[in-house]
Ligand binder design. Structure first.
Ligand SMILES: CC(C)(COP(=O)(O)OP(=O)(O)OC[C@H]1O[C@@H](n2cnc3c(N)ncnc32)[C@H](O)[C@@H]1OP(=O)(O)O)[C@@H](O)C(=O)NCCC(=O)NCCS
Length: 144
């Protein structure tokens, strides 16, 4: 299992991975065009040369970044891709100067494992959609 920064060539696969978790509202859809435009902010996990997972690092505000669109192919889950993607996202966020990384998710137990804890993020209030309003916000301060 390894991670690498995405390129525009990964856009179709990333969009499809995210799409498979949109029907129950777990993730918001991301079009291939969106991913292609923002490819520099996506990271993929590869297993035996195949892209099996993805994540989006969204620079939400100065020094505040959001981990979004974390998805691992069900056939590849439980093998460390999710962990590798979270750690790679933290490393990229730190490199880009973020001091706090947060995620909006229903999966508190997963994010707790990585030191994210429920926190009110005031910057989020003005933009939270009806969907994300019912999820939790989990944040982690990043050591510089
Ligand atoms: C959540 C998700 C990314 C985990 O991916 P994964 O590749 O199976 O995760 P890993 O194999 O790296 O697991 C890392 C650790 O988290 C644990 N874990 C995995 N899923 C978990 C969950 N839903 N809740 C709690 N712990 C979980 C694993 O047991 C493992 O613990 P360990 O290191 O002590 O053994 C994957 O299930 C997924 O894509 N879910 C659908 C989309 C989603 O919910 N995204 C998150 C919201 S943004």
């Amino acid at each position: 299992m390894r991670t690498r920064r995405a390129t525009q060539h990964d856009a179709a696969r990333i969009s499809a991975l995210i799409h498979s978790f949109t029907t129950d509202g777990t993730l918001l859809p991301r079009s291939e065009a969106f991913v292609s435009t923002h490819a520099d902010h996506f990271i993929v996990a590869e297993d035996e040369g195949q892209v099996v997972g993805c994540v989006h690092l969204d620079e939400y505000a100065p020094s505040l970044s959001e981990l979004r669109s974390l998805a691992v192919d069900p056939a590849a889950q439980g093998k460390g891709a999710g962990r590798a993607l979270v750690l790679a996202t933290e490393a990229l966020a730190r490199k880009r100067g973020a001091s706090t990384l947060f995620a909006v998710s229903n999966d508190e137990a997963f994010f707790n494992r990585f030191g994210f804890v429920a926190r009110h993020i005031p910057e989020l209030d003005r933009e939270r959609s009806e969907v994300s309003r019912y999820k939790g916000v989990f944040a982690k301060d990043l050591a510089v």
